[in-house]
Design a protein around this ligand. Structure first.
Ligand code: PHB
Length: 393
């Protein structure tokens, strides 16, 4: 069967935010790449994900010339609200650590990145199929795929990058003897909605209650994003708009808030787990973003971690391609240090705010004690603010 054979410096499997950001940074350093994705561009644009960008993620997008929209259309948040024990407690991120976050949805980050690749003439193929990688420990590892028109391709690269998300095929290419996988499952999920309503609050509300966790986030002046903790097997078909509003109101009402309601235009149950694969390098294949690690969504670390990975990866790849052999291992080590900090932060936020199915009254009161410790101590709230706005790399 005929194949079109090409060569490039870096072949990137997965053209979500991590893969596209990497391609963009590499191009700025004069390094060629080809990025592919099995999803069509429209499909990625319509996947709703988290919406909070750390300060350094915003800086990466603006300073590398991807987006000024993130500042224009996004919303700067200088604090978050932790709601528990009957009331709200504002954590003032800016005062505590001199940093803020930006509310700007992942779908918009993706659109900006895809537009930047198109503008700069980047080679990105969406909607491909039959993706495989081969010869991972050879000098010229291969990425194979069939493009959207049915033409088969083989790309010979110097390095392969697996940024192909939580259902990565690349991470399975690591021989069993060389890799370790670390998991944590949670006995709950998030029920996420998008609704047409005015904002109920200027900042995000992370709400603990006896009925379980709820998060009140926003998108625009007319569109809001909210979540409530649910059973992982929950079926969205069982949830009418009225039932959803009653549940959300009950959870935040326990802490003195009232939500502005509106028609619900999207309902999804979001999976919830913690996962890391180590190491993040095998031969000439490296992993980045969700392909190597997943965090639960509490604290919105997923996209930020993926962007932090590729910022470091672009730097180290440049050195590697210039002949510095140890650079790829250094990438894996530098990335994993941050990954495990974020794993802990996401786990901590999750377990502090969610109700376990078998929680006793003691457990719920203890969580309130923990939350009180965080908001009433400069050390506690500074720790939260540092993690939330993102650690320096
Ligand atoms: C969101 O707006 O989708 C969002 C915000 C903060 C989180 C998670 C999700 O911690």
């Amino acid at each position: 069967m005929n194949r079109i054979t090409t060569t490039t410096d870096v072949a990137i499997v997965g053209a979500g935010p991590a893969g596209l950001m990497l391609a963009h940074l590499l191009q700025r350093a004069g390094i060629a790449s080809v990025a592919i994705d099995v999803r069509a561009r429209g499909e990625i644009e319509n996947t709703h994900r988290a919406g909070i960008l750390e300060q350094d993620s915003v800086r990466l997008l603006t300073e590398s010339g991807v987006s000024d929209r993130v500042l224009r259309d996004g919303y700067r948040h200088a604090g978050i609200d932790l709601a528990f024990g009957g009331g709200g407690h504002r954590v003032d991120l800016e005062t505590l650590v001199g940093a803020t976050v930006q509310l700007y949805p992942q779908t918009d980050v993706f659109i900006d990145l895809a537009d930047a690749r198109a503008r700069d003439g980047g080679d990105v193929r969406f909607g491909v199929s039959e993706v495989s990688v081969a010869d991972l420990t050879a000098d010229r590892p291969l990425m194979r795929f069939t493009d959207a028109a049915g033409v088969r391709h083989e790309v010979a690269a110097r390095i392969l990058v697996g940024s192909d998300g939580s259902r990565s095929i690349c991470r399975h290419e690591f021989p069993d003897a060389t890799r370790r996988q670390f998991f944590r499952e949670y006995p709950f999920a998030w029920f996420g909605i998008l609704c047409e309503a005015p904002p109920s609050s200027e900042e995000l509300i992370y709400s603990h209650s006896e009925r379980g966790f709820a998060l009140i986030s926003q998108r625009t002046d007319t569109l809001q994003r909210m979540y409530f903790q649910c059973d992982p097997t929950e079926d969205v078909a069982d949830w009418s708009d009225d039932r959803i509003w009653a549940e959300l109101q009950a959870r935040v009402g326990a802490n003195g808030y009232v939500l502005k309601e509106g028609s619900i235009i999207s309902k999804t149950v979001l999976p919830f787990r913690s996962f890391v694969q180590e190491p993040m390098r095998h031969g000439n294949l490296v992993l980045a973003g969700d392909a190597a690690h997943t965090v639960p969504p509490t604290g919105a670390k997923g996209l930020n971690l993926a962007l932090a990975d590729v910022r470091v990866l672009a730097e180290e790849l440049e050195l590697h391609l210039r002949g510095e052999e140890v650079a790829l291992d250094r990438y894996a080590e530098r990335a994993l240090r941050r990954v495990w900090k974020a794993q802990h932060f996401s786990y901590w936020m999750t377990t502090m705010l969610h109700r376990l199915p078998d929680a006793s009254d003691f457990d719920v009161r203890r969580q309130v004690g923990e939350l009180t410790s965080v908001v009433s101590s400069a050390a506690g709230s500074t720790y939260l603010a540092e993690g939330y706005t993102g650690w320096p790399s």
